[in-house]
Ligand binder design. Structure first.
Ligand code: COA
Length: 133
């Protein structure tokens, strides 16, 4: 069973391993835990059978106007089961009342977000990979 949780209580660092697949400089599990804890909101998808976190989503927000979803990931072996969509839907409920929810994604995921009601905008971004090491 997949349990959607808003807290890390009872979740060990071992259970948080395996995310940021393919990132050149993924954050350590300790940093990952901090990212979750310091986010405005986060939700983890927890497999109660294997006792592992298998997906997560984070949001940063002022709580009134703007919200951003900087991170969303489902572990490869759990993908295409509706978990990513469920994480976004649940985060939207958590963020309800805000004017905007923005997400930056690669082109291939535009249809994933379009199905959830998102539209494409142009934008700019700057990244500092060394800050994660
Ligand atoms: C993007 C991601 C979170 C989707 O999670 P998921 O649990 O596999 O998504 P869902 O099962 O809820 O997908 C629902 C629908 O979205 C679409 N979709 C999902 N992943 C897709 C992908 N990689 N490319 C294109 N469409 C996709 C499909 O239409 C899918 O329905 P279907 O399986 O019936 O065809 C997951 O692929 C992932 O973690 N990717 C790596 C990290 C990443 O890119 N994160 C997003 C940052 S913006």
């Amino acid at each position: 069973m997949i349990d959607y949780r808003h807290s890390l209580d009872g979740i060990t660092n071992e259970e948080l391993h395996g995310f940021f697949a393919g990132w050149p400089q993924p954050p350590s599990v300790f940093k990952f835990r901090e990212i979750l804890k310091k986010s405005f909101a986060f939700i983890v998808a927890y497999d109660t059978k294997t006792k592992n976190v298998i997906g997560f989503v984070t949001a940063i927000s002022d709580g009134i106007f703007a919200a951003f979803i900087p991170l969303l990931e489902v572990k490869t072996e759990y993908q295409r089961k509706g978990i990513g969509r469920e994480l976004v839907r649940r985060m939207e409920s958590r963020l309800s009342g805000n004017y905007s929810i923005d997400i930056v994604c690669n082109h291939e995921l535009e249809s994933f977000y379009a199905d959830l009601g998102y539209t494409s905008l142009s934008g700019q971004a700057k990244r500092f990979p060394k800050s994660l090491s």
